[in-house]
Each structure stands twice: as C-alpha cells, then as structure tokens.
Design a protein around this ligand. Structure first.
Ligand code: NAP
Length: 284
C-alpha cells in the first residue's frame, strides 16, 4: 500500500515554522523580514503567481514590496529598480517574476540581484555554491522536494535516485540536492537511451519533464518513492503530472499527487529562502 505525500499539509506545517521564525526576527531586529516582488508586464499566469507569493508573505509575517512595471518599460528602467532593491537594507529577498516581456534581457536583470538576496536561487553563484555543496539559496521547487522527503522520514543517503529532466530551474538543482544528500544520482533527458530501464532501477524517481502521464508503471520499481514535479494538462484539459498516477501508485511506497504534491511547496520554499536570507544578512 502506497503512502500519498500530502504537499498541502507539509506546506502548511512549514509555513507555521516560517511564521515563528519571522516573528522572532522582528523581535530581535525591530524590522520585518522583507521580500520584493517585481512583475513586469501583464501576463495573467504571472499575475496569479505574484498574488499568491504576496498572500504567502501576509500569512507568515513577511513584509512584501510589490513593484509593477509596464510591458514596454526599458531595460534601463528595470535595471534601475533591481539596483535600488539590491541596496535597500529592508529588502532581504528579490524576486523578478519570469518570463519577462520580449525585448528585456532576463539574464542581465537577474545578474543584478546580489547572491545573498537571490531567493529564487537562479543566479550562477548560487548554482555554483549548490554544486560545491556550500551554503546557498537553492531553487524553490527542488528544495521543496528535499523538504518533503525529509519530513516524511524517507532515507536518501546511499539510495539510487533518478531525475528525469535537466532544466536549470528543476532537474539540475534537484540532482545536485540529492547528490549533496548522498544519493547516487542519474540524470535523464530527451536523448537518454534505455530510459525505461534506468527509471525502473530507481529507489527515488523524480519526474520533471513537462509531459502528461509520461512515467508509466513499467518504468517504476516495486516500492519506489515517486516524486512528480510536472504540472501538465491531460487530453481533457485537466491538471495532471508527468506520472501516470492511477497506474503507477500501487507499485510505490510513496507518491506525490498532482495537484497537491510538489506544487504547494514551491512558494513556501520561497518564503523559507527569504527568511534564511534575512537571518544570514543579519549576522554579517
Ligand atoms: P523544461 O525546461 O521544459 O525541461 C524538461 C526536461 O524534460 C528537459 O530536460 C527535457 O530534456 C526533458 N524531457 C523532455 N521530453 C523528454 C523525454 N521524452 N524523455 C526524457 N526526458 C525528456 O521543464 P521544467 O521547467 O524543468 O519543468 C518540468 C515540469 O515541471 C513541467 O511540467 C513544469 O510545469 C513543472 N514545474 C512545476 C513546478 C512546481 O512548482 N510544481 C515548478 C517548475 C516546473 P532535454 O533537456 O533533452 O530537452
């Protein structure tokens, strides 16, 4: 019998801890932990994400600073805003909501975020630190997966982990976090040969592919832990993951559902990273 990993419950418990940490920070430093969120343009999905991030801040006692720039703003205007947030002492974390409107250079803009305020964990320096297993702010979605594994008491050390997907925001940092936790890690992608065989050897299988129900039962080892990062739409337009949940679940010891698995952890880990950033800056 498999156990469903309840991302909503983990997220709620973690937000409780973050709220306690943020309250303690306020008491010790006479100011709130602060997160600046920059939204450029009017992409509807980005607007929803930003609203949810601001709501998360309100729930946990983190002060949010929201900045909106029009889609036709210049690169110089966007850079000026990020530079001013970089030097603002009340801002512990800076998040530039992606994707940016056409014509703006995202890499250049993100490079202006100081590493200690890079709460998305997307900067080259944070990724480098992650690879070297040094203190860093790790990307929120894979960091959330590690948190769930830890909170479920799932052993990672010495186990065979397979990550399907090698994007810079999910697959690669996921593989590094698992490696840093002493798993033996294989990373697969669209050019991988014998994918089915490799996946079916995994004790911990992480799917971050972006293809609905791609991981079938014959790709999963009996008793595996299956983590589904995917957020896809099935043939009826219904939200689903990269794992064929109904057919895979009975082979698993643990599995995350979609929705309600990895998804709810992502914004929570952003709040967690912001609190961590504030605490680290305060002792400098
Ligand atoms: P991405 O940048 O499109 O990367 C997808 C990865 O999957 C690539 O490395 C690609 O390989 C690999 N892939 C594609 N087809 C494959 C195949 N047939 N066999 C093996 N590998 C294959 O996507 P992403 O940004 O990492 O996101 C992945 C999924 O996670 C999406 O569904 C996304 O919506 C979801 N997501 C969820 C959250 C959350 O909060 N829950 C956050 C971020 C993303 P190549 O590199 O060879 O092209």
């Amino acid at each position: 019998m498999y156990k469903l990993i309840d991302g909503k419950a983990h997220s709620a418990a973690l937000r409780g801890d973050i709220a306690e940490g943020a309250a303690l920070f306020l008491k010790q430093h006479s100011r709130q932990v602060g997160l600046a969120v920059v939204l450029i343009g009017d992409d509807p999905a980005s607007q929803v994400y930003v609203r949810n991030k601001i709501k998360g801040c309100e729930q946990t006692g983190i002060k949010s600073f929201a900045y909106y720039l029009p889609a036709d703003c210049t690169q110089a205007q966007a850079e000026e805003l990020v530079r001013s947030l970089a030097s603002d002492d009340g801002v512990d974390g800076i998040l530039v909501q992606l994707p940016l409107p056409k014509g703006l250079d995202a890499a250049k803009l993100l490079s202006l975020i100081p590493v200690e305020k890079d709460v998305d964990g997307f900067s080259q320096e944070n990724i480098g630190r992650l690879c070297m297993n040094e203190p860093c702010l790790a990307a929120c979605t894979p960091n959330g997966v590690m948190r769930m594994l830890e909170r479920e008491g799932i052993e990672v050390r010495g186990r065979r982990a397979v990550v399907v997907g090698r994007s810079n925001i999910v697959g690669k940092p996921m593989a590094m976090l698992l490696l840093n936790a002493d798993a033996t890690v294989t990373v697969c992608h669209s050019k991988t040969q014998n994918l089915k065989k490799i996946c079916s050897e995994a004790d911990i299988l992480v799917a971050a592919i972006g293809r609905p129900k791609f991981i079938s039962a014959d790709m999963v080892k009996e008793g595996a832990v299956v983590i589904d990062v995917g957020m896809d739409r099935d043939e009826n337009g219904k939200l689903c993951g990269d794992v064929d949940f109904d057919n895979v679940k009975d082979k698993c010891s643990y599995i995350t559902p979609v929705p309600g698995g990895v998804g709810p952890m992502t914004i929570t880990m952003l709040l967690y990273n912001t609190l961590t950033a504030a605490e680290r800056r305060a002792v400098k």
